[in-house]
Every structure is written in structure tokens, then in C-alpha cells.
Design a protein around this ligand. Structure first.
Ligand SMILES: [Mg+2]
Length: 356
């Protein structure tokens, strides 16, 4: 039997908002939303002070403002977040090459065999949290367990600035008590469907047969069957290659003018950029436009070198969009995706040159 794996999930606390509070003392202790307060804006991240009012990421800015009238909106600075992300990634790589980033502020680490020959994964997680705090001034939460699914649940358990360990003895019980909506890999639509089938908690999920789950959830059925028992065999994949990174928004009312569309495109571009991994960018930008009558078109362009900033990506996307407006047909959806992915080229950044 293979040795028990040791997996750590590290998750920065309220990442974008914490960076803003770190860099501007006037924001500390106050409810902060990273994003645009404009009519169609959305909250990209909320500080813990803002969360007390029910402000959440991905929430429309107007809703957030209504829930928390004191809310301070701060424009995102993705280049700063990426820089911090590169720093924490370098810390992870001191312990293991098996690092799988999920986004700028989250990663799985397999430390079963690690570069420092530390037997305790909990010790490694504490080391990493201390070093993140020292070098970035920010806090991270860590989950330690024997697979990815449980490690991710565990990091959420003592947030913020916490560490939680789920041992093999605890695993199945730990899952049983949680609502299925908390499981990574069970999205809002699946949660709804599970609830409709009488599955509210991990315990309910466990009572369903593999056959039942496969009939109702297809290929994902086996995964759900496993996680209900605290079983998840997925390896930590450091070289997971994404082919594209995209984001899109359907608007509450159709857009007709270029000015409206330009304002709407900015947060979409920001989101795409934020999902680029620390050292990843792409050369091809694709713009997707869906009209009020559901007709859909795409426009694409490829640059000579990977985009080096959100601003560059936005310029390229706008160049594709400009000829499509004014649009009497009305635009209901805009999407941007970045492909031809590869290492980001930043010749002015010697640290990155070393890292790549
Ligand atoms: Mg986070």
C-alpha cells in the first residue's frame, strides 16, 4: 500500500483586500471592497470588516453598498497581487516542487516527500504561514490532510489566520457534518440539484449508492461517492496546463454604445488577468459577444509576445470590440479569454527571470 500522502492547502486571507489594507493604513479596520462602485461593477474581494455586513466577492457593487453604506471601494491593482503571489509561490517551492496553484492566492502542496525532510506536514504549514507573514505582512490559512479535497476544506475551517488538520481518523466524520455546498467541486447548480434529491450534508451524500450518484451526476458521480467518504485520489499536479483563461458577464440590460461596453469590459479583463498564474500570460485574446437575439460572434487577435499587464490585454480587447459598436442589436453578454498561454515575459523583472 502506498504511503499516506501529506497535502497542504494554503489560502491567503481576503487576499486582494488585505493587500490594499496593508498598503494604505487608512483602510485598516474598515470595510473595504476591491472593485468598482459603478452601476455594473462587482466586488472582486471584501475585507473581513465588510464581510460582517454580508458583503461577498462576486456580489454586484450596488448590493454591497446597500448592505454596508460605509463600504470603501478601492480599484484593483492586479500587478501588485501578482507580485505578492510570486513571492509566496517562491516560499512554497522551498519545500516542494509539487505546487499546484488554484489562483493567485491559493495552492495545493504535496509535502509527502519534501525538500527539507520535515516529517510533520503541520510543521511545514506553520513554517510557511510564518514566512508568508514575515515577507508579505499578510496572513494565510492552511489546511493539512491526506488529500486535496480535505486539505481545502480544512484551510477554510479556522479562517482567517488559522491552521486546521484533518487526520485519517477524522476525515469521514469531518465531511459528514458539512453542507454539500461547502465542498470544492460542488458548485451552486449541483448544490441545488443535490438538495432537490434530499442531499443536504456529507452524511446524506454518503447514504447514496455509487449507481445513484452516477445516474444523477454522470462522470462526477464517482468523485462525489469518494469525497463523501473522505476519499480523493487526485494528485497535486504542478504542471497542470491550462489552455485558456476566460471570464464573461451577462448584463442586466443590453448595451448599445461603445462607452457602455468599454466600461463593462474593464472588470472582465481584470478578472481574466487575476486568474493568470503568477508566472503565466498569453498572447491570444478572444472577445465573445452575444447579442440580445442570442446570436454570438467571436473576434480574435494574437500578439507577438505574451501580454505583460492588464492594461495591455484591455487595449487588445478594446481594439477587437471598437468596430462592433454602436450596436443597434444590443449586446447581452461580453466575454474575454486569453490563450496561447506560456511563461510571462517580464524582462524588467530579474526575480522572475530567475524563477522561470
Ligand atoms: Mg483566499
Amino acid at each position: 500500500m502506498p504511503a499516506q500522502r501529506k497535502i497542504i492547502h494554503i489560502d491567503m486571507d481576503a487576499f486582494f483586500a488585505s493587500v490594499e489594507q496593508r498598503d494604505d493604513p487608512a483602510l485598516r479596520g474598515r470595510p473595504v471592497a476591491v472593485g468598482s462602485p459603478r452601476e455594473r461593477g462587482v466586488v472582486a474581494a471584501a475585507s473581513y470588516e465588510a464581510r460582517k455586513f454580508g458583503v461577498r466577492s462576486a456580489m454586484p457593487s450596488v448590493t454591497a453598498q446597500r448592505r454596508c453604506p460605509e463600504l470603501i471601494f478601492v480599484p484593483p491593482r492586479f500587478d501588485v497581487y501578482r507580485e505578492v503571489s510570486r513571492g509566496i509561490r517562491a516560499i512554497f517551492l522551498d519545500y516542494t516542487p509539487l505546487v499546484e496553484p488554484l489562483s493567485l492566492d491559493e495552492a495545493y502542496l504535496d509535502v509527502t516527500e519534501n525538500l527539507k525532510a520535515i516529517a510533520s506536514a503541520t510543521r511545514i504549514a506553520e513554517d510557511i504561514r510564518a514566512r508568508i507573514r514575515e515577507t508579505t505582512g499578510l496572513t494565510a490559512s492552511a489546511g493539512v490532510s491526506y488529500n486535496k479535497f480535505l486539505a481545502k476544506l480544512a484551510s477554510d475551517h479556522r479562517k482567517p489566520d488559522g491552521l486546521f488538520v484533518v487526520t485519517p481518523q477524522m476525515g469521514p466524520t469531518f465531511v459528514a457534518d458539512l453542507p454539500v455546498g461547502r465542498f470544492h467541486g460542488v458548485g451552486p447548480a449541483t448544490t441545488k440539484k443535490m438538495n432537490a434529491l434530499g442531499i443536504e450534508t456529507g452524511r446524506d451524500l454518503r447514504e447514496k449508492s455509487l449507481d445513484f450518484l452516477q445516474r444523477n451526476f454522470g462522470k462526477s458521480g464517482a468523485f462525489y461517492f469518494g469525497i463523501a467518504r473522505g476519499v480523493d485520489e487526485r494528485p497535486v499536479r504542478p504542471d497542470r496546463i491550462r489552455k485558456s483563461i476566460g471570464a464573461e458577464v451577462t448584463f442586466a440590460r443590453d448595451l448599445f454604445s461603445y462607452e457602455e461596453a468599454r466600461a463593462a469590459l474593464a472588470p472582465i479583463v481584470a478578472r481574466v488577468w487575476s486568474h493568470c498564474r503568477a508566472a503565466t500570460s498569453g498572447r491570444t485574446v478572444t472577445l465573445k459577444v452575444k447579442y440580445a437575439d442570442f446570436r454570438q460572434i467571436t473576434r480574435r487577435s494574437t500578439a507577438a509576445a505574451p501580454f505583460a499587464s492588464a492594461a495591455e490585454l484591455e487595449r487588445a480587447a478594446l481594439a477587437l470590440m471598437r468596430p462592433l459598436f454602436p450596436s443597434p442589436a444590443g449586446v447581452r453578454l461580453l466575454g474575454v479569454s486569453l490563450s496561447s498561454l506560456g511563461p510571462a515575459e517580464r524582462p524588467s523583472d530579474p526575480q522572475l527571470a530567475l524563477a522561470v
